[in-house]
Write a protein that binds this ligand. Structure first.
Ligand code: SF4
Length: 338
C-alpha cells in the first residue's frame, strides 16, 4: 500500500465505532473493556447507539431467531467498510443452546466474521485481546476493502427455517387430532391425584380450583415439597382465562408437583402464598406486574421490574400491543419511521 493508503488504514483502525447492540449474556464482561483499566478508547473504539454511524458489530452471545433478524438489519444499515467480530461459544457452535429451538447456532452462517473469541462468557481480557487482534488486522487491509459482508442467502436461510417450523407446527397439530390427547380448557379439579405423571422426570401434574390453592400448597409443603421453583402463567385470551402453574419440589429427592389452576382474565385474583413459600413473595410481584394477577393478601404488590413510568396494561398479556404503549409513554406518541 502507498503512504496515503497506509494512513487511511491506520486512521480507520484507530476510529472504530461499535454499534451498541448486546444480544445476550456474553455482553456482561464487556463494560470493563470500555471503562478503566482496559479503557478501549485508547484504541479509538467507542460504542454508538446507531448503526448508521457504526463500523463494527460485536456479536456478544447467542442469537435467537428474533434477534438475528435485528442484527442483519443493523448490518444492512451500517456504511462500508463494516466489520463483524464475535465472542462466546454460542456464536460459534450454539454453546449452551446447541439444541434450542429458539436460537441459531452459528453467526458465520449469516455473515462474514473477522475474528472470534471463545468462552462462556469471554472475560474482559478475552474481549480486549480480540479487539487488539482485530485492530491490527484492519491496519493491513486495503482501503477499498468493504469488510464483513452479509451472506447473500442469509434471509433465504431464515425464510426456510420459518417455513419448516410452520410445517412442523401443522404436523404437530394434525398428530394431536389423531391421538386421544385432547387439548381441553374445561377445568376439572383432580387434586391430589395426578392428571399427568412422568416417572422419568419425577413429575406429577395436578389441578385444583383457584379457591383451594392455599390449602393444596400447604398440604404439599407439609409433605416435604418445601421449595417453590416458579409460578408460571399462560394467557388464553380466547378462553377468557389465565392458567397458573405452581411448581413445587422436594429439595433432596427432586420430585416435583405442578399444581395447575385458572383465574378469569377480567378479574384475575388469587390468594397469595408468600407466607407458605417465602420465595413466592417475589414471584408473585413479578407475576402481578407482567400478567396483571392480583395476589390477595400479598403485603406489597407494586411495580418492581418495569420502569416506574410504565402506564400500560400488563405487558405479557397476549392482546397487549407493547410497541404502541412504549411509543405513547416514552416518545409522546411519536413513532419514528420512514
Ligand atoms: S457462551 Fe455463555 S455467556 Fe455467551 S451467550 Fe452463550 S451462554 Fe451466554
Amino acid at each position: 500500500m502507498g503512504l496515503l493508503e497506509d494512513f487511511v488504514a491506520w486512521a480507520r483502525s484507530k476510529s472504530m465505532w461499535l454499534v451498541h447492540y448486546c444480544a445476550a449474556c456474553g455482553a456482561i464482561e464487556f463494560p470493563p473493556v470500555v471503562t478503566s483499566v482496559l479503557d478501549w478508547e485508547r484504541y479509538g473504539y467507542m460504542p454508538v447507539p446507531t448503526p448508521r454511524q457504526s463500523d463494527l458489530y460485536a456479536g456478544m452471545g447467542y442469537l435467537t431467531k428474533k434477534s438475528l433478524k435485528v442484527v442483519l438489519r443493523l448490518l444492512e444499515q451500517m456504511p462500508n467498510p463494516k466489520w463483524v467480530v464475535a465472542g462466546c461459544n454460542c456464536t460459534a457452535t450454539g454453546g449452551l443452546y446447541w439444541d434450542s429451538y429458539a436460537t441459531y447456532k452459528r453467526l458465520d452462517e449469516f455473515m462474514q466474521v473477522e475474528g472470534w473469541v471463545p468462552g462462556c462468557m469471554p472475560t474482559s481480557d478475552d474481549w480486549f485481546a480480540l479487539l487488539t487482534y482485530f485492530y491490527n488486522k484492519v491496519k493491513e487491509r486495503p482501503v477499498n476493502d468493504k469488510g464483513s459482508r452479509k451472506l447473500s442467502d442469509a434471509w433465504e436461510k431464515i425464510r426456510k427455517w420459518e417455513e419448516m417450523e410452520r410445517e412442523w407446527a401443522e404436523e404437530y397439530w394434525e398428530s394431536l387430532k389423531k391421538t386421544e390427547i385432547k387439548v381441553n380448557y374445561q377445568f376439572e379439579e383432580k387434586f391430589p391425584e395426578c392428571v399427568e405423571r412422568n416417572e422419568s422426570l419425577k413429575l406429577c401434574l395436578t389441578t385444583v380450583e383457584a379457591g383451594r390453592i392455599r390449602e393444596a400448597l400447604k398440604k404439599l409443603y407439609d409433605e416435604g415439597y418445601t421449595l417453590i421453583n416458579n409460578i408460571n402463567t399462560v394467557d388464553l385470551p380466547k378462553n377468557g382465562v389465565i392458567e397458573v402453574y405452581y411448581i413445587v419440589e422436594k429439595p433432596l429427592e427432586g420430585d416435583q408437583v405442578w399444581v395447575k389452576t385458572y383465574v378469569p382474565r377480567k378479574e384475575a385474583e388469587i390468594d397469595s402464598i408468600h407466607d407458605i413459600y417465602s420465595l413466592a413473595y417475589y414471584i408473585e410481584l413479578e407475576t402481578h406486574e407482567k400478567m396483571g394477577i392480583k395476589f390477595r393478601g400479598h403485603p406489597n404488590l407494586r411495580k418492581w421490574i418495569l420502569e416506574g413510568n410504565w402506564e400500560g396494561p400488563p405487558p405479557l398479556r397476549k392482546d397487549v400491543d407493547i410497541p404502541k404503549w412504549v411509543i405513547k409513554v416514552h416518545y409522546g406518541g411519536y413513532a419514528y419511521g420512514r
